[in-house]
Design a protein around this ligand. Structure first.
Ligand SMILES: C[S@@+](CC[C@H](N)C(=O)[O-])C[C@H]1O[C@@H](n2cnc3c(N)ncnc32)[C@H](O)[C@@H]1O
Length: 222
């Protein structure tokens, strides 16, 4: 999978990706609108080119209160994100080229006011989704928001993900319609953040293409 080319469909007007991006951006804007007065922290896992966050931050009244860390493995994408942050003069946005599954990247950023886990849950195993949702209770502040995405192809895992968030003390704020062509959720953390388990890993990013091949191979076995 070319994760740089993956972003191209964002530029196709009214594609499912363009519509999903608008939904994520809208939820990010609402989360910032409702954030408490004072400095804010934002974390984005597998941030890609930062399209879900950077355009929102660029013209948001809270932009200068925000310190953000975007973690993205592909240097082409992290390069685009860094350049976008520089052009928007978002001086407190740091783009790290690295493995977002490693909790240590968030040492000095957790717990955050806003956590983006977009384009991740369709690319990792169910076991890792559940583990990552568990870690959101370490990464998110009380009252903070996590915005996440997941495709809705069968078997639709979105209801299970919502159950996992609720089991960790999150409350559902918004969920896209089942027939939207994508899945976007926003959960607010009502619990108390747990200490960050440094040295641990939340997920291995497998890729939806590989996961699909593995499923097909499993189903074709006698
Ligand atoms: C589906 S895209 C989502 C990008 C972005 N979050 C968005 O929604 O626009 C997944 C991204 O994860 C990146 N990626 C893959 N493995 C990663 C890893 N282990 N750590 C960080 N990023 C990773 C890919 O390069 C790609 O940019």
């Amino acid at each position: 999978m070319d994760w740089n080319a993956w972003h191209d469909r964002y530029d196709v007007a009214d594609s499912w990706m363009a519509r999903r991006l608008r939904a994520v951006q809208e939820q990010a804007r609402l989360a910032l609108d409702g954030a408490p007065v004072g400095p804010l922290k934002v974390i984005s896992l597998c941030a890609g080119e930062g399209r879900d966050l950077l355009p929102v931050l660029a013209d948001h009244p809270r932009r200068d209160d925000v310190r953000a860390r975007l973690v993205e493995l592909d240097p082409r994408n992290s390069g685009v994100a860094s350049e976008a942050a520089r052009r928007a003069r978002l001086n407190n946005v740091e783009v790290v080229t690295g493995d977002a599954g490693l909790v240590d990247h968030y040492r000095d950023m957790a717990p955050a006011d806003l956590l983006l886990v977009c384009g991740v849950f369709g690319n990792i195993t169910d076991t890792d989704i559940e583990r990552t949702v568990g870690a959101c209770g370490q990464l998110c502040k009380t009252g903070g928001t996590v915005i996440w995405t997941r495709h809705r192809a069968a078997p639709d895992c979105v209801p299970l993900i919502c159950d996992w968030f609720e089991g960790q003390g999150f409350e559902l704020r918004w969920l896209s319609e089942p027939d939207a062509g994508y899945g976007v959720g926003a959960h607010r953390f009502a619990g108390a953040p747990r200490p960050l388990r440094t040295g641990t890993r939340m997920f291995d990013f497998v890729g939806y293409d590989v996961l699909r091949q593995e499923d097909a191979a499993r189903l074709s076995r006698p």
